[in-house]
Design a protein around this ligand. Structure first.
Ligand code: SAM
Length: 205
């Protein structure tokens, strides 16, 4: 049976509205933490001009394969095992990266590793889109996000809603600049960075 995350049903159209624009000229997208696989088949079907590479930890693969099997989309690829903390990712070069609801689940070390991995695998010209809740100026954007953060940290002290500014610093350290910060339903954001002329990885990572 295919796993279902109800949030994916609610957020997929607002996310797609942005991806349609920012991925219009992309060729190969790596999705980090594909989860159920619902996003991959929905976005892959709508953005048929690009190859959508799914990935996640091994325990998520059966669910992703189930969604991919039913959808039968030639441009959405079977999941590769990708732990962002691994020193090597088996994904080749990508000119776009998408990840939803991973940055607040993974540890901060893992978020830093995610950007190091993106730096290793990014084309010079690339776009990175991250969906999820973020804090600004050290503040929650809503009471519900504050409650969600408390729930996350109770469940796993290494997780939690991240500061936008800290994530933006990681992006800038690998030569990306913020292009868009889109408001999404349920107090989430869809942050979009793009490549700049600066390609060196600075020590912040
Ligand atoms: C809350 S789920 C989000 C799934 C999906 N992207 C969505 O929006 O529904 C978090 C995902 O992050 C993945 N994840 C957690 N730690 C990870 C790591 N170190 N490397 C790669 N993926 C990780 C989990 O396996 C899970 O699929």
């Amino acid at each position: 049976m295919k796993p279902v995350a109800e949030a994916c049903e609610r957020n997929r159209d607002p996310i797609l509205g942005v991806l349609t624009r920012v991925f219009a000229h992309r060729h190969r997208v790596l999705e980090i933490g594909s989860g159920t696989g619902q996003h991959a088949v929905y976005f892959g079907a709508a953005l048929a001009h690009l190859v959508w590479q799914t990935s996640d930890l091994p325990q998520a693969h059966a669910g992703i394969r189930a969604w991919l099997g039913d959808a039968g989309l030639p441009n959405v690829l079977e999941p590769v095992t990708l732990d962002v903390l691994a020193d090597a990712w088996d994904v080749g070069v990508c000119d776009a990266f998408f990840s939803a609801n991973v940055v607040h689940i993974a540890s901060w070390d893992a978020v830093r590793a995610m950007f190091r991995g993106i730096a290793r695998h990014r084309a010079d010209d690339c776009v990175v889109a991250l969906y999820g809740p973020y804090n600004y100026g050290g503040r929650f954007t809503s009471q519900s996000n504050a409650q969600f953060d408390a729930w996350l940290r109770h469940r796993d002290p290494a997780s939690g809603i991240r500061d936008f500014e800290a994530v933006d610093e990681l992006a800038r350290a690998i030569g990306l600049e913020l292009l868009e910060d889109n408001a999404m339903p349920a107090n989430n954001r869809l942050l979009v960075w793009g490549s700049t002329a600066v390609r060196a990885v600075r020590p912040v990572l």
